[in-house]
Design a protein around this ligand. Structure first.
Ligand code: F6R
Length: 607
């Protein structure tokens, strides 16, 4: 949930630490800090709030140290103030941490008994003291660190700097990701390759329980038992990771606009365009005898799974359960061995989704990850992956990753349907043709952005907003509400349109915008009846439908957003776009921090 970086370099580390933190800010932005090793010891500078505050705090400070560590925080233990900001220090030691140390209370009591004094409310500070106590007892740095690691329960990625050792950085990973970057007479640590891309494209991902000792010339990796291990170095496409906003005001706007391209890339991976057929990778398991699918994910990725349930059940005729990962992981769901468990995750690091994956593995499921970050833990732990090709998603609110997840799931549903014999060759070609048309249709919707922006003006400032959808549009109603509330802070709820009269209709009055997602599919008339029920009670309707229906409606007393007429199969990818644009522009009108909304972080690596 936080971002960490460490540099053992040739020049002053501070500017590069800040530059790396800028790329890690998507992981948390409650506070930020760096520490460097100067001639007279560890010097740290920290500031609450966004990285810009840290930059201001750094202005009067002259740091020349060539080794340093940095952190951008999403608060778990302790308020997001300067005292709780990382790096945390104990005599001779500075550390940055991503994760949660679950036994920190016991350890804190023990360390307090030894005379240690704590300044913060964080779980992290105890790790600095544990190491410091080891050093005091006469252990060398690596032994002091290894002994401390053995005492920690919970999840952590750590970067550790020790006074008196200017050519040493130690990193450790358990439950939270950590990568080693390899440079020319320099070495680095970082939460991900994006953080390291400013310095190198040569990266080694630590595995569960690994810890690493860096000097400028060497990288020594050890497993949890302290035995040396080899981990493969990879070349990342560093230039692709160096992301900026281009001409857009926000990353979210850029990412919405990129969708025609990235959906196209993703589809091209799973469709044989010449044949007009789905072309899935070779999996270590087959689908012919498959009887049940479970999909587990969180947030927006969960809504992608919820939409896919309609595809798996309708097209492939397979029962599909969709679960929120944080619920699934503790529910002790009975599972029939040989089922297919799918994990959808942009980051591939979401702690609950990862725990669900491990549960499914233990219950003899075939596991398939749909991930955007191919080097992520979920990608590495699944038996098979179908990556999305959305490119780095920086805006905290997921947009292009969502539509790419849908694209992958649609291809998978067709592939499974073919294997199960529930789809004729002609039907498959029809669906694939519809998929191939999605990037073009999304591009057409993007041209309507000014009209959607005008409608968003009427949504901005509302106290409550409702989203309604039926069938496969129901998950979009949920996604629309999530998008709006997370970036504009307007309260919004998504409902299955048919559920409205079972309670939520009581909320409706003239001040409540009701966004109705109603493609002209087999449920259209039913959704229209629900819309009339809202209109009869004075609700302020915004109808999102297809062009033909909108033209038939003509000028109405309610607002309309129209999208191209498509095969209903691909509707989720089409209708997602106006829903994203509405939320985006409503948030811009509200003046919120669209890319980094309050209290959130992009990658949720804690429970
Ligand atoms: C909402 C959003 C979150 C994520 C959720 C899962 O816009 O981005 O709800 O979808 O935290 O994250 P991943 O996909 O990384 O597992």
């Amino acid at each position: 949930m936080c971002g960490i970086v460490g540099i053992l370099g040739q020049n002053s580390a501070a500017p590069r630490l800040v530059e790396s933190l800028r790329r890690l800010e998507y992981r948390g932005y409650d506070s930020a800090g760096i520490a460097t090793l100067e001639h007279d010891g560890i010097v740290r500078v920290r500031a609450p709030g966004k990285l810009a505050s840290l930059e201001t705090a750094l202005e009067p400070v002259r740091l020349t140290g060539t080794s340093g560590i940095g952190h951008t925080r999403w608060a778990t233990h302790g308020a997001p103030n300067e005292t709780n900001a990382h790096p945390h220090v104990a005599p001779g030691v500075a550390i940055v941490h991503n994760g949660i140390i679950e036994n920190f209370r016991e350890l804190k009591a023990e360390l307090t008994g030894l005379g240690c004094e704590f300044e913060s409310q964080t779980d992290t500070e105890i790790v600095a003291h544990l190491i410091s106590e080891g050093l005091k007892d006469g252990r060398g740095p690596r032994h002091a660190v290894h002994a401390a690691l053995k005492r920690l329960e919970g999840a952590f990625a750590l970067a550790i700097m020790i006074e008196g050792y200017p050519d040493l950085l130690i990193g450790a990973r358990k439950g939270s990701p950590l990568a080693v970057g390899h440079g020319e007479n320099e070495n680095y640590l970082g939460s991900d390759a994006i953080a390291l891309a400013v310095m190198t494209n040569k990266v080694t991902y630590l595995e569960e329980g690994d810890w690493v000792v860096l000097s400028r010339q060497s990288v020594e990796i050890y497993d949890a038992d302290g035995d040396p291990v080899d981990r493969t170095m990879q070349h990342t496409n560093a230039s692709a990771l160096l992301v900026d906003k281009g001409n857009h005001r926000h990353f979210m706007a850029k990412e919405i606009a990129e969708q025609p391209e990235v959906i196209g890339h993703t589809l091209a991976e799973y469709i044989d365009l010449a044949e007009g057929k789905v072309d899935l990778p070779d999996f270590p398991f087959g689908f012919e005898n498959l009887e049940r699918i479970t999909i587990t994910a969180c947030g927006t990725a969960y809504y992608a799974g919820l939409a896919a349930k309609y595809w798996f059940e309708r097209v492939a005729r397979i029962p599909a359960d969709v679960d929120i990962a944080s619920e699934f992981r503790y529910r002790e769901a009975p599972m029939v061995p040989g089922g297919l468990s799918i994990f959808v995750s942009q980051s591939g690091e979401t702690a609950d989704t990862l725990a669900a994956l491990r549960y499914c593995q233990a219950n003899h499921q075939n596991t398939l990850g749909i991930v955007n970050v191919r080097e992520s833990t979920i990608a590495r732990e699944c038996e098979a992956i179908m990556p999305t090709f959305a490119g780095p998603e920086i805006g905290v609110a997921s947009t292009k990753a969502f539509t790419c997840q849908l694209a992958v799931l649609a291809c998978l549903a067709i592939g499974i349907a073919r294997a199960k014999g529930t789809l004729s060759s002609t039907e498959e070609t029809e669906l694939v043709d519809a998929l191939i048309g999605v990037p073009r249709h999304v591009a057409e919707i993007l041209k309507e952005e000014r009209h959607i922006e005008e409608i968003a003006r009427t949504v901005a400032g509302s106290r409550d907003v409702l989203y309604l959808g039926r069938g496969i549009s129901f998950p979009l109603a949920l996604e629309g509400a999530l998008k709006l509330k997370e970036i504009s802070y307007i309260h919004a709820e998504g409902y299955a349109a048919g559920e409205l009269k079972h309670g939520p209709i009581a909320l409706i009055d003239e001040s409540v915008p009701v966004i109705v997602i109603a493609p002209h599919d087999d449920l259209f008339d039913k959704t229209m009846s629900n819309m009339q029920e809202v209109a009869a009670r004075g609700g302020k309707i915004i109808l999102i439908t297809d062009k033909q229906t909108a033209e038939k409606n003509g000028s109405t007393e309610f607002a309309q957003i129209s999208v191209p007429v498509t095969n209903p199969f691909v509707n989720p990818m089409i209708y997602a776009v106006p829903v994203q644009l509405l939320a985006y522009h409503a948030a811009v009108f509200m003046g919120t921090d669209v890319d980094q909304p309050r209290n959130l972080a992009k990658s949720v690596t804690v429970e």
